[in-house]
Write a protein that binds this ligand. Structure first.
Ligand code: KIV
Length: 254
């Protein structure tokens, strides 16, 4: 899969199924299941590394996980998140996007619209495919004091539409819409020429993305309201481990 292949889904109408992958086995499993878009998301900071939010994720964390995913040599497009504080300036954005590409990413994603447009333009000018991310921006959780739905006010709606258009005009091949009111996500989807990939933003986006651990019940301590887990992997692991331990420690009849 290529960025152009993802972008073309807007025209063909085939929904984009996107998931996060953080390591070799998960990347291989998702790829074998035919998922065309693998995001090495900075959500790995929370569900793999145990950080309280994504703002503590470093470039070294991201590079480590991007390398592991890239070793699976997936058919899917591998997109990697630029972590918090690594694209504050144009120069930092390009240097760090190049580091993710050197680790094996085929495209990068960062959070924001017009506020980071010079960085987006510079990344694209450096020849690195770019995916946008609008709506609730987890890297802003500390300044915003929580994870809040976006698009509820007319000001937010207009800003989101303008940001999405600016990213499309800059040359982004897709844009993630996170926790935006479904009518506004639908309106953005109808108004931009690139695919929208929603998460908690209703059914009317061109694709959907989830944190894989949420989808398969591998992080049972918190599941977002909009996710319906399709498996209970954490419980399966605990049952398997308990059964193995019980067999190992059971008294042997002499
Ligand atoms: O980091 C991540 O996993 C993401 C998705 C939730 C879109 O950015």
């Amino acid at each position: 899969m290529t960025p152009a292949g993802i972008r073309d889904r807007k025209r063909s109408g085939e929904k984009i199924a996107a998931l996060t992958a953080y390591d070799y086995p998960l990347a291989k499993m998702l790829d074998e299941a035919g998922v065309p878009f693998l995001l090495v998301g900075d959500s790995l900071g929370m569900v793999v590394l145990g950080y309280p939010d994504t703002t503590l994720v470093t470039m070294a964390d991201m590079e480590h996980h991007v390398r592991a995913v890239a070793r699976a040599k997936p058919q899917a497009l591998v997109v990697a998140d630029l972590p918090f504080g690594t694209y504050d300036t144009v120069a930092e954005a390009v240097v760090n996007a190049r580091r993710l590409v050197a680790a094996g990413a085929e495209a990068v994603k960062a959070e924001g619209g017009r506020s980071i447009l010079p960085q987006v333009q510079a990344i694209l000018a450096a020849g690195i495919p770019y995916c946008g991310h609008l709506g609730m921006l987890p890297q802003h959780v500390r300044e915003e004091g929580g994870y809040h739905i976006k698009g509820r006010t007319e000001t937010e709606r207009e800003a989101l539409l303008a940001d999405a258009q600016a990213l499309a005009d800059a040359g982004a091949f897709a844009v993630v819409l996170e926790i935006i009111t479904p009518p506004v996500a639908k309106e953005i989807t109808a108004s931009v020429p690139i695919p929208t990939i929603g998460i908690g933003s209703g059914p009317d986006c061109d694709g959907q993305i989830l944190v894989t651990f949420d989808l398969v019940g591998l992080f049972p301590w918190f599941t977002p309201r909009f996710v319906k887990p399709r498996a209970n992997c954490a419980a399966d692991i605990q049952h398997a481990v308990s059964a193995w331990k019980a067999a190992l420690t059971a008294p042997v009849a002499k």
